[in-house]
Design a protein around this ligand. Sequence first.
Ligand code: SF4
Length: 651
Amino acid sequence: MPDTQSALYAHPVCGSTSLGLASQWAGPQLPPGRAAPTLAQHGAHVTLAIMPNKPLVLLVQLPIPPAGMEPVRGNVPLAAGYLKLMAQRRGLLAQFDVEVFPARLASSLGDTALAEAILRYRPYLVGFTCYLWNVERTLCLARRLKARDPSLAVLLGGPEIAADNAWVLHDEGVDYAAIGEGEQTFIELLQALAAGGPVGHIAGLWTRSQAQPPPRRTLSNLDEISSPYLEGILDAADEQLLLLETVRGCVFKCKFCYYPKSYPGLAYVSPPRILANLQYAAERGVREVVLLDPTLNQRRDFAEFLALLAQANERQTFTYFGELRAEGITPSIAELLRRANFTEVEVGLQSVASETQHLMARKNHLRAFEQGVRAMLRAGIKVKVDLIIGLPGDTPKTIRQGLHYLQNEGLYSSVQVFQLAVLPGTAFRNEAGMLGLQYQSRPPYYVLQTPTLSLAEMYDLMDEAQSALGIEYDAPPEPRPLGPCSDWPVRGATIDLDAQPDPLAQLPAAADRAQAFQLHLQASDFDRMRPAVLALVKHLLGEDPHATLELLFEPRSTPGISAETLDAIAAAAFASPSYLDRFYSLLPGSTRGAKRLVVLVPQMAVHHPWADEIAELADILPLAVPGQNAMQGCGTPTQAQSVTHTARAPA
Ligand code: SF4
């Protein structure tokens, strides 16, 4: 078991809500060797103080925000595991405690609860792994942590940390930022801090006094960091999932991709080390091994590599998934993939237009692509094909050609269509002005205009692709009342506005709330209660600005909530868009962002003109029995029958 998961919890008892929450929770786990927690009882709350023996470096990775109320899965803090492993191997654990913040907490707590949980560790330095889906939330959290404890230092790393991403680097919550590969930079920073010396001349390390650090040379041998699983820092049994990186760097130079600029060369994990990781996966009951390598078949020894994967999975106890280029996949290679137990692979097509391929520095050989995809399909491997809308040079006509090409040739099992993201650290980011690319200034950095595509055209093409290819973009789960449950963190609250003179007092404490939170409101007349609803929404989003917030309105009469009131509530909810709001804002169809308005309507009123009118602004959730809102507890679906969606966040 990883040491971050081997000790006991202590936790504040939940405050009362109308859900009747039970008084139990699970809080931060203590690694062995750390001094015992100090527990103190303050009325209904138990507080935990963790007393580090040495300065504590806490490594945190926030998840992709959930689109609905379902628990987050797959937020494996692999980068944090690498850092701890390097610190261990370089002898730095004599000077520092280095801990990985438990993924289960990182993936479930709301913003305020996260800050409280992190502060309970009393960290000296908090390191965050930043991806486009978590960087804004990370910065918000970093500012909150530093406001509460000005002596605490913050280090950022990950793909969002690039010299051309000034809005991140200059945020007041940042002390240090590792540009490029982070492990060696992290080690040298800890060494400098341990020595009490200056940190100003570390390659790859951005500080306020070193805004242009010398470039960091990447690791030449990935055995140095392989792997946090084998050293017990991460446990693949947690999600029966093992993330395995056997190569860093890519021989291709696609201009939309982060790899070419960040990893100029290639570095490998040795075959014995790969085998050790896979044997571990089998022992821990892993069901899927996801290979993170940029392009699996860029290896010259690809056939031998597949034989190694097959050898480690003789009994086919787990499946493999990875990304590769379809070009060059022969029937015999496809057979080796199948023998290893690849059940699905992802391949990029991106665009069929030669001008676009030239501009993105990625040449597609369509004959070879077709042969490769067909060989894999014939071998029984599913092929997920990626297309990008918004590439420079592409026009509505060439994008349609790409869609029709896939469709007519039957060259896929599934298709993912992405809007181009002009990512930091990529050639496209560098050349955006020259190429005439306009894009969102904050993640996901979606392109908004190219010389040959307007935003309206891209939106229509996304819609067209959805219908033509029979796909649905990241549809959030259907809403349903959660009902009473005793989970911690607290996932929802039901408040009867007619009965509660002070609704704000009925909310569970922010320190106990989950990132995905459902507020279920009941009232006879929501128009009259509009100020109270607005106050609740502003209060919740003030404390947890990056929450996934589901607002359920259950009127006791029909019509019990007007379009004007829903409009005002939506305006308050989307006043400060988060990542998920921006992500969904350019997707056609039924989605709307991190905030969702849902009106519970008795079955008999579903076809009432009022319901049609408010369906422009909220999801309509019909209830089978009037007045029965079917709260059956977290995890039990209710009678949701059909849902319509329309309200949108600003782009
Ligand atoms: S998109 Fe894929 S093939 Fe292209 S540079 Fe990136 S990792 Fe390599």
